[in-house]
Design a protein around this ligand. Structure first.
Ligand SMILES: [Mg+2]
Length: 187
């Protein structure tokens, strides 16, 4: 079968990683529980920033957020290797901008994810993901972002939300820990 995965906040814990970077850069000690309660994707509110200031903060530190040691979610790497071992195809579909595609692909390899030639797609908008998902004829696709998940509800493939505080209003099957993926597979 063919499995597609978003990367940021689906396979790797990027937003929380950014939250720690912000705390450090701004010399703040905002508690993790406040972050975990946030029911929207942007995190600048926690630091008392406006949307504009938040955007500037993100863009200024984007390199560090993307390419320092952002932790994968528990079991993500192992489970993707297990899929490959069982003969499945693993695809990555990320809306990171085109100037980050090459480095993101290398980062994934370095982090230990199985990345096959031609299985990494990058630089599309959120609303273009649906077309790639259809063209690849995926059987399963996983994403965290409501704006993406909402474009996929008509597809006749298995769509799962990677569970997060900001996507719980969407009525869709969800996955908490990556261990659960193996249980979804037919024996
Ligand atoms: Mg994402």
């Amino acid at each position: 079968m063919r499995f597609g995965f978003d990367i940021d906040d689906t396979l790797i814990n990027l937003r929380e990683h950014a939250f720690h970077v912000y705390n450090r850069k701004l010399n703040k000690q905002i508690g993790l529980e406040q972050f975990q309660d946030l029911n929207k994707i942007p995190i600048h509110d926690l630091f008392g920033m406006t949307m504009e200031e938040g955007k500037l903060m993100w863009n200024t530190h984007r390199e560090e957020i993307y390419y320092s040691a952002c932790p994968p979610f528990p079991n993500a790497i192992e489970v993707l290797h297990e899929l490959v071992r069982r003969g499945h195809e693993v695809y990555y579909i990320t809306a990171r901008t085109s100037e980050h595609c090459e480095r993101t692909s290398s980062w994934l390899v370095q982090a230990g994810f199985p990345v096959k030639e031609g299985h990494f797609f990058c630089g599309m908008s959120d609303t273009q993901k649906v077309h790639i998902i259809q063209e690849l004829e995926l059987d399963y696709y996983f994403d965290d972002k409501p704006a993406v998940l909402e474009t996929l509800t008509e597809l006749s493939i298995n769509i799962y939300a990677k569970d997060s505080s900001y996507n719980r209003h969407i009525d869709i099957p969800r996955i908490g820990c990556w261990n659960e993926l193996i249980r979804l597979l037919p024996e």
